[in-house]
Design a protein around this ligand. Structure first.
Ligand code: MD6
Ligand code: FE
Length: 218
């Protein structure tokens, strides 16, 4: 597929860049030109480090299936949440961060005003219809001065974007295939989540949504 993207004229009704508040924005369809390269990299990563349902410290099995690539991977088990250099399932280091991932993450961060972003961790999430991610903060990273870049591929989802406290009313942000959310500065610790996905299919991913979140964790 050879889609091109002009950030100031995406041909649709919606603006190419949607601000969600200071430090957070959606770059509509930003990843679309790279969809093939990104999805083949997803296949390579999941062949080496299979998607799995992790357990929260409270003992719940997550409905979203996860894996990682990069120097550090986000994991949860009964002992807590953390970043680890090794995949606990295999005892081996996580797969390397594919070039296509790295280039896209750095480019999206720069587009959002965060120059020089070099992630060392990519969490890969797979959502099927009915699965959700409850409201949470991302606080396991070392430097909150670094943004997070989040890429949506496949079937649509509604992203919840709240504020600095759990009780802050969350915006509902529909995310489609190729959308990228960048997150940092004053919004870095804002609560967020994903509503249960509706039944749907996508020509490239089938009945699922793949989300890639890039961080500088170490
Ligand atoms: C998701 N994303 O979109 C879940 N975290 O599937 C996240 O939890 C997230 O998108 C921090 C920053 C951006 C995100
Ligand atoms: Fe998060």
């Amino acid at each position: 597929m050879t889609a091109t993207l002009d950030l100031f004229d995406d041909g649709g009704d919606e603006p190419a860049c949607l601000p969600l508040g200071e430090g957070a924005m959606v770059l509509r369809r930003f990843a679309l030109p790279d969809e093939d390269g990104l999805l083949s990299a997803v296949q390579q990563v999941t062949a080496q480090a299979p998607l799995r349902h992790m357990v929260t410290p409270g003992g719940f099995t997550m409905s979203v299936a996860m894996t990682n690539c990069g120097d550090l991977g986000w994991v949860t088990d009964r002992t807590g949440y953390r970043y680890d250099r090794l995949d606990p399932e295999s005892g081996r280091p996580w797969p390397r961060l594919p070039e296509a991932f790295l280039r896209l993450a750095t480019r999206a961060a720069a587009q959002a005003g965060f120059d020089g972003f070099v992630p060392d961790a990519c969490l890969l999430n797979r959502y099927e219809p009915g699965t959700r991610l409850s409201l949470h903060q991302d606080r396991n990273e070392r430097d909150y001065g670094q943004p997070i870049v989040s890429v949506s591929l496949g079937i649509p989802a509604v992203f919840l974007f709240g504020g600095a406290t759990r009780s802050h009313k969350a915006q509902r942000v529909p995310l489609a295939h190729g959308d990228v959310v960048v997150w940092g500065g004053p919004a870095r610790l804002h609560y967020h989540g994903v509503l249960p996905l509706k039944e749907a299919g996508h020509p490239l991913t089938g009945r699922c949504r793949i989300n890639l979140t890039f961080r500088k964790a170490g």
